[in-house]
Design a protein around this ligand. Structure first.
Ligand SMILES: C[S@@+](CC[C@H](N)C(=O)[O-])C[C@H]1O[C@@H](n2cnc3c(N)ncnc32)[C@H](O)[C@@H]1O
Length: 196
């Protein structure tokens, strides 16, 4: 976890609802996917301000984040099936194979080490458990030039604009079971992987 990213989100938490206006429709699709799965133990890493938490209909949810300011807002959006903890997704304090589902919504390109995040997410996932990744994915078309041009600005906003999921070695250990393209040019997607 980077101290700078933590500081950034602590300062930025009051502005996050503005970003959220744009992200809410994507998260609605994500929640529909998750809610269609049988009830189980779900871990959401980088839960942010938790504005979507009430949308989890049946799962027992553990939400973690490294920003105390984001968690403070998330606690107001919480309910009895939700536990919120200050924890680093790159170094999870849970035993192996604890969760049926892991959700990564706009976090994998924010953390310092996406490879380590993915390894940890898979470690705590049960065999045949599913991991849902909602994110931007740099495509192999004209949009990659925009991602390249925006890389420096993105760094100041603490995310990686250039993001290729296939560069994460841990992804090779899981099976892609569903891909949902969101919006024009399919820049944003929900990828669902199953642990073997
Ligand atoms: C772009 S926000 C996404 C929030 C929420 N998941 C959403 O979709 O709106 C990224 C969140 O990840 C958190 N974060 C960054 N690095 C983290 C880490 N290593 N472990 C856990 N959370 C982290 C940030 O504090 C922030 O709340």
């Amino acid at each position: 976890m980077s101290k700078q990213t933590d500081l950034f989100y602590n300062r930025f938490s009051f502005l996050y609802p503005l970003v959220d206006v744009f992200l809410q429709p994507q998260k609605k699709v994500l929640l529909n996917e998750v809610n269609a799965m049988p009830a189980g133990n779900l871990l959401e890493i980088g839960v942010g301000n938790g504005s979507h938490l009430t949308g989890y209909q049946k799962h027992r949810v553990t939400g973690i984040d490294t920003s105390e300011a984001m968690l403070t807002v998330a606690r107001k959006n919480s309910h009895e099936r939700i536990t919120l903890l200050n924890m680093n997704g790159e170094s999870l304090q849970f035993e192996d194979q604890k969760f049926d589902y892991v959700v990564l919504s706009h976090v994998i390109a924010v953390v310092d080490n996406p490879e380590q995040l993915m390894k940890e997410a898979l470690r705590v996932l049960k065999p045949h458990g599913q991991i849902f990744i909602l994110n931007h994915f740099t495509p192999d078309n004209w949009l990659k030039y925009i991602d390249r041009a925006g890389a420096a600005v993105a760094r100041t906003l603490h995310f990686k604009s250039l993001f290729h999921i296939e560069e994460i070695a841990a992804v090779k250990q899981v099976t892609l079971v569903k891909e949902i393209k969101l919006g024009p040019a399919s820049y944003f997607k929900i990828l669902t992987y199953q642990k073997n």
